[in-house]
Design a protein around this ligand. Structure first.
Ligand code: NI
Length: 199
């Protein structure tokens, strides 16, 4: 009996707390503000060495994966590419400030040439970066990305999978983390998030 009476009060309280939480995260405050992820990197793209400082002054969408990924990467990259195209159609000037970047977690197979061919499927400005095993481990750690190579079914075979985080992160003009790009919400969700943060 008592429960029936207290429950509405609790839900009102919960609602009030949620409303407060909603208020504290105002539109001008990036959800990842102050997060320590990101930082300097020195990798290799189709045209040679690429450093994080090359993107100074530009927004970056950073996603990690590998070119022979059977399902996860193609789906996510497709959505990110379509979302960026939608934002380009809506506001070409702001969209031009966004650089999409794909970093390989499979440097043994993903040469710069393999990556260049792969990324062209998703967005004309998407760039693919790779590096040494050590450089890739370092940049993944710095950017808060997990990956783990599976053993091939046939020992010594070149046919293996790599588990990896599915997160696409938006970084700002100084390399500061801004927000997670919600590729699970489709191209519209991606475009809306870019519209929210890119100035
Ligand atoms: Ni993948």
């Amino acid at each position: 009996m008592n429960h029936a009476r207290t429950f509405p009060c609790l839900s009102l309280l919960l609602f009030a707390l949620l409303a407060l939480a909603g208020c504290s995260q105002s539109a001008s405050e990036p959800p990842l503000k102050g997060a320590t992820m990101g930082g300097e990197f020195s990798l290799v793209g189709a045209d040679g060495p690429v450093r994080s400082s090359d993107f100074e002054g530009r927004y970056r969408i950073v996603y990690f994966g590998f070119a022979s990924c059977p399902d996860v990467c193609p789906v996510d990259l497709q959505t990110i590419g379509a979302g960026l195209r939608a934002f380009e159609a809506e506001d070409p000037e702001r969209a031009a400030k966004v650089q999409p970047i794909f970093i390989s977690v499979d440097p043994a197979r993903d040469t710069p040439a393999v990556l260049a061919e792969y990324v062209a499927n998703f967005h004309p400005r998407l760039i693919g970066l790779t590096g040494s095993e050590e450089e890739i481990h370092q940049v993944a750690r710095d950017y808060g990305v997990y990956f783990q190579r599976h053993e091939p079914a046939t020992p010594g075979s070149d046919n293996y999978l790599v588990d990896h985080s599915r997160v696409a992160t938006l970084y700002g003009p100084a390399g500061e983390p801004i927000a997670i790009i919600p590729h699970d919400q489709g191209p519209e969700g991606v475009a809306a998030e870019l519209d929210r943060w890119v100035e």
